[in-house]
Write a protein that binds this ligand. Structure first.
Ligand code: GDD
Ligand code: MG
Length: 322
C-alpha cells in the first residue's frame, strides 16, 4: 500500500530568530541537509509515495531544493497559503492537491523522530479510527498539546496548558481519514489543535492515540536545533538523508580543516568552508563558505553561510552572522 501525506511547513519559526528570518525553520540545515529532507526520506521509507508541502512564510524557498521530488523517490507538490491558514486550514487547503485514496498522514515540519509510522497507519486501520495521533511522553508537557487517553481512545486535547494533566503529548504526526479533512472549512484560519481536535472529541468521533516512546525531538528552539543536528551526525538517531561521514563530525566535500583543528561532537562543516589552524569546533554547525579564523573555539553554535569569524573567537551556544 502507498500513502499520501501533508507536511506542515508554513510557520514563522519565531523562537529561532534570527536563523529563521530568511530561511524557514523546516529548511534550516540540520546534519548537512534541509531539516525536512530527513522527514521526507523517512516518510518514503514508511510507504508514503506522495507528499504535499503546506507552505506559507517564505513559500518560494522550498521548491528550488525539492523540485517534483523525483530526486528523493517521492512525488512532491506545493500548496501555498497567501496568508497563513493555521494548522487545520493548511491541511484543508493542501488536501486539494492530494491524489489517490485512503488515509492521509500529516506531519508537523519540525519533528525529528524514530517512531513506527507504518505501525501507526496499521493501528489506525485496525481500530477503524477517523483520526490517530502519534503520542510521546515528555518530562514537562506545558509547551505541547497534552493528550488524555482512556485505553487507546483520546478523550481530551489540551494545547499548551499551564498545568497539564498528563505528560503524554501530541508528537506532531497524525493519520486523518479524508472525510474528516473535508469537514474542515476551506479558506479559513483553523487550528487543528485548538479547534478541530476538541470539536471531534466533543462529537465523540473515533480519535485514537498511538503511543511510541522512541527518539523524539521538536527542533523549534535553539538548543533543540543544535541537539538534532548533533544526534543525527553522532548516529543517536539514524536518517538515510544524513550524508555519509566518518567518526563524529560531518565535513562536506571541499571544506578544509587546518592543522591541529579538532572537529567533534557531531559538528557539521559546510561545503567550501575553511576552518583555519588550531580551532576546536564542538557540536556546531558551520555554514557553506564560512571562514573560521585560527584558534577559534565554538561549542553548540551556528555559523551562517559565508560568515567570516575572526581568529580567536570564543563562542558557546551562539549564532554568528545571521
Ligand atoms: N502551512 C502552515 N500554515 N503551517 C503552519 C502554520 C500555518 O498557518 N502554523 C504552523 N505551521 C506548521 C509549522 O511550520 C510547524 O511545522 C507545525 O505547523 C507546528 O507548528 P509549531 O509552531 O512548531 O507548533 P508547536 O511546536 O508550538 O506545537 C505543535 O507541535 C507540538 C509537538 O512538537 C502542536 O501540534 C502541539 O500540540 C505539539 O505537541
Ligand atoms: Mg514545533
Amino acid at each position: 500500500m502507498s500513502y499520501s501525506a501533508i507536511l506542515l511547513v508554513g510557520g514563522m519559526g519565531t523562537r529561532l530568530h534570527p536563523l529563521t528570518k530568511a530561511t524557514p525553520k523546516p529548511m534550516l540545515n540540520v546534519a548537512g541537509v534541509p531539516f525536512i529532507e530527513h522527514q521526507i526520506v523517512r516518510a518514503r521509507e514508511s510507504g508514503v509515495s506522495e507528499i504535499i508541502l503546506a507552505t506559507s512564510f517564505l513559500a518560494e524557498l522550498f521548491q528550488p531544493h525539492f523540485g517534483d521530488g523525483s530526486e528523493f523517490g517521492i512525488s512532491i507538490k506545493y500548496s501555498i497559503e497567501e496568508a497563513a491558514l493555521g494548522t487545520g486550514g493548511a491541511i484543508r487547503h493542501a488536501s486539494n492537491l492530494l491524489t489517490g485514496s485512503g488515509p492521509v498522514v500529516i506531519f508537523n515540519g519540525d519533528v525529528l523522530s524514530g517512531h513506527d509510522l507504518a505501525g501507526q497507519i496499521e493501528f489506525h486501520i485496525n481500530q477503524e479510527a477517523e483520526v490517530t495521533l502519534y503520542l510521546t511522553t515528555v518530562p514537562d508537557a506545558r509547551a505541547y498539546g497534552a493528550v488524555e487517553l482512556s485505553g487507546d481512545r483520546v478523550i481530551a486535547f489540551n494545547e499548551k496548558m499551564a498545568n497539564p494533566p498528563t505528560n503524554t503529548i501530541n508528537a506532531g504526526c497524525y493519520i486523518f481519514n479524508r472525510e474528516v479533512i473535508q469537514e474542515i472549512p476551506d479558506g479559513k484560519v483553523v487550528s487543528v489543535e485548538r479547534e478541530t481536535f476538541p470539536q471531534l472529541l466533543a462529537d465523540s468521533r473515533r480519535v485514537f492515540g498511538f503511543v511510541d516512546d522512541s527518539y523524539w525531538l521538536d527542533i523549534g528552539t535553539p538548543s533543540a536545533l543544535v541537539k538534532a543536528s548533533q544526534d543525527l551526525v553522532l548516529g543517536h538517531i539514524v536518517s538515510a538523508a544524513t550524508p555519509a561521514h566518518l567518526g563524529d563530525a560531518l565535513v562536506a566535500f571541499g571544506a578544509t580543516v587546518g592543522e591541529g583543528s579538532k572537529i567533534t561532537g557531531g559538528s557539521v562543516i559546510g561545503k567550501g568552508a575553511v576552518v583555519e589552524s588550531g580551532c576546536v569546533i564542538e557540536g556546531s554547525n558551520v555554514g557553506a563558505g564560512a571562514v573560521i579564523g585560527s584558534g577559534t573555539v565554538l561549542r553548540n553554535s551556528f555559523v551562517a553561510n559565508n560568515c567570516q569569524v575572526p581568529s580567536g573567537t570564543l563562542g558557546n551556544s551562539c549564532f554568528l552572522g545571521f
